[in-house]
Design a binder for this molecule. Structure first.
Ligand code: NAP
Length: 289
């Protein structure tokens, strides 16, 4: 079966020289991350979006390391990392400054420098997502914003000295930052702060050649997602309304993360990029005629 590039170029040239050139260059546009070191922060298990990005990074030849929150997740993350070369697996609660200092000191000693950071961390107390946003307590608001948004700022500050020119940071966000998604409540507000932080961090770190972007993923089944009240309804709604009429896979989220960490996206920073089957472009749904 002819590829799309072959079909496009057929008929434009009898000699096929243009087609040949396109096909050759297409084969050359791979993503080679060999020699690049990326730390992925916030992996629980093989369903985590952090792991989805890590898998694609590893497939592209990158050296990856992981951080996880607390002893409870140690064996799960060590199991995922088994067999990977030069792969640090370190505990890190991102709300504790000393733990961030220790992690980046250890990465500095072991790797010398960094080419990428993945921030795949969020948390809000469940009670804050059960009722109305208007009833959010100050304590729950601070917890959600501290863990889910401020942590990116703290991580950027600790990672800055280690990051090479051309390094990139990627975080994960959700459409509820921009529009009301019932039940998402304070987590939507945290994601708004996260996306705004991406823009300010891109401005601060840009002069050093460091990029900062967010992947806005449609609903994907993970531990964090399943803890959101009504998640399965959100999940089904996307497939019903999105232009592609389906949800997105872990691999599709991983691919976008890989692209934003790679030199292929060297001109993109401060951006929120969607991988949601196009759901966010819809303004209205009408019944089938
Ligand atoms: P996940 O596998 O549960 O990952 C979330 C991670 O954040 C967990 O490993 C969690 O650890 C960690 N975390 C929470 N508080 C922390 C802290 N204080 N210090 C360090 N780590 C902490 O779920 P996920 O869906 O892949 O979430 C990753 C990111 O993707 C989140 O920002 C989420 O909002 C975002 N996202 C997810 C979806 C989706 O549908 N899944 C869609 C859009 C965006 P514990 O397990 O110990 O709490």
């Amino acid at each position: 079966m002819p590829s799309r590039a072959e079909k496009l170029t057929r008929g434009r040239t009898s000699s096929g020289i243009v087609a040949q050139r396109l096909l050759t260059s297409a084969a050359m546009v791979g993503i080679d991350m060999s020699g690049r070191r990326v730390v992925v922060m916030g992996v629980t298990n093989k369903h985590s979006l952090g792991w989805a990005i890590a898998e694609r990074l590893i497939a592209a030849g990158a050296t990856v390391g992981f951080t996880y929150q607390g002893e409870r997740l140690k064996s799960s993350v060590e199991g995922l990392a088994e067999g990977l070369e030069d792969c640090p697996v370190l505990p890190c609660d991102v709300t504790v400054e000393e733990e961030l200092s220790r992690v980046f000191a250890e990465l500095g000693e072991r790797w010398g420098s960094l080419d990428g950071v993945v921030h795949a961390i969020a948390f809000a107390p469940r009670e804050a997502m059960l009722g109305r946003y208007v009833d959010t307590t100050s304590a729950d608001w601070v917890t959600a914003l501290t863990v889910s948004a401020y942590s990116l700022v703290a991580i950027a500050r600790h990672a800055e000295a280690l990051m090479n020119e051309g390094a990139a940071m990627v975080t994960l966000t959700y459409y509820a930052a921009e529009k009301v998604v019932p039940k998402y409540n304070v987590m939507g507000v945290a994601k708004s702060a996260l996306e705004a932080s991406v823009r300010y961090l891109a401005y601060d770190l840009g002069p050093k050649g460091i990029r900062v972007n967010a992947v806005s993923a449609g609903p994907v089944k993970t531990v964090a997602a399943r803890s959101i009240p009504g998640f399965m309804a959100m999940y089904s709604k996307v497939a019903e309304m999105a232009p592609l009429q389906r949800g997105v896979s872990h691999e599709e989220v991983g691919n976008l993360g890989l692209y934003l960490l790679s030199p292929l996206s060297s001109g993109t920073t401060g951006e929120t990029v969607y991988v949601d089957s196009g759901y966010h472009v819809m303004g209205m749904q009408l019944p089938e005629e």
